[in-house]
Design a protein around this ligand. Structure first.
Ligand SMILES: NC(=O)c1ccc[n+]([C@@H]2O[C@H](COP(=O)([O-])OP(=O)(O)OC[C@H]3O[C@@H](n4cnc5c(N)ncnc54)[C@H](OP(=O)(O)O)[C@@H]3O)[C@@H](O)[C@H]2O)c1
Length: 228
């Protein structure tokens, strides 16, 4: 397991349907489902954001959802927004590049110079973390050591969630359960990535808390990383 003193403590937080999906279908924005969260749960999400030093989502979530990732429904400071995007090619008019909060875009060494310049001109910090793709363990180390990030929350999507879990970088998971079934074998679920080959590779969780927040069930787990 990664030495936790060299990286932030990481919480994965997500809204999921009863069948474990994050959106209505592939390519759809999760904002459609988020409309059905109760107000108390929106407050929980934004309170959690305000408690964290940084928030990270994958580049595709920015392309599809165009998220702001700010604290809006409660008083509090918006966290540093961190987007891993190997070539730095998120749209330059993305909300996350707006002035509401600081933003860091993590790219690899192969990212074109002109993209890096354009992101910096928009006010973003650019972190080079990896040769051909963003190496998440290295990014975590840089966030801790150079940006003072002790607590990071990640809000998906499934590709980022899988890579973070696969690299053993997630400590806790908090799920907001939405009482819907959307189906669809290619509809994004909480964790994407590769399938596993044996039960030894299952990532084990310890359920530590569950409660109603407004009308939504919320469950909280510690990630154990026993096995393989
Ligand atoms: N319900 C929810 O809570 C929730 C939350 C968030 C997202 N979503 C949904 O999830 C969907 C998007 O998920 P997604 O799986 O397509 O994409 P994603 O996880 O948001 O982003 C993945 C992308 O991030 C970039 N990336 C760079 N370095 C990476 C690394 N080391 N590990 C992982 N990703 C890295 C890659 O793009 P490059 O190749 O460009 O670098 C990669 O394709 C959307 O439909 C969105 O609405 C739902």
């Amino acid at each position: 397991m990664t030495d936790q003193t060299s990286r932030p403590h990481v919480l994965m937080m997500s809204e999921i349907t009863a069948d474990g999906k994050l959106t209505l279908r592939k390519g759809a924005s999760s904002k459609i489902l988020m409309k059905y969260m109760s107000h108390e749960t929106e407050l929980l999400l934004h309170t959690t954001r305000a408690e964290y030093d940084a928030i990270m989502v994958g580049a595709n979530t920015i392309r599809i959802d165009n998220s702001f990732l700010t604290v809006r429904y409660v008083k509090g400071k918006s966290p540093l927004r961190v987007i891993p995007c190997s070539m730095g090619d998120i749209p330059l008019d993305a909300n996350v590049l707006g002035p509401d909060a600081p933003t860091a875009i993590a790219v690899c060494e192969g990212a074109p110079e002109e993209r890096i310049d354009a992101l910096r001109k928009k006010g973003a910090s650019v972190i080079i973390a990896g040769k051909t793709h963003v190496e998440l363990p290295l990014l975590m180390k840089i966030l801790k050591e150079q940006f003072g990030v002790s607590k990071l929350m990640i809000e998906g999507g499934p590709t980022l969630n899988w890579h973070m879990l696969h690299d053993r970088l997630v400590d806790e998971i908090r799920l907001i359960h939405l009482p819907f079934i959307v189906g669809g074998s290619d509809t994004p679920s909480l964790v994407g990535g590769m399938h596993i080959n044996s039960e030894n590779e299952m990532i084990r969780l310890n359920l530590k808390k569950f409660y109603l927040c407004g009308t939504n069930l919320v469950s909280e787990f510690d990630v154990l990383y026993t096995g393989a």
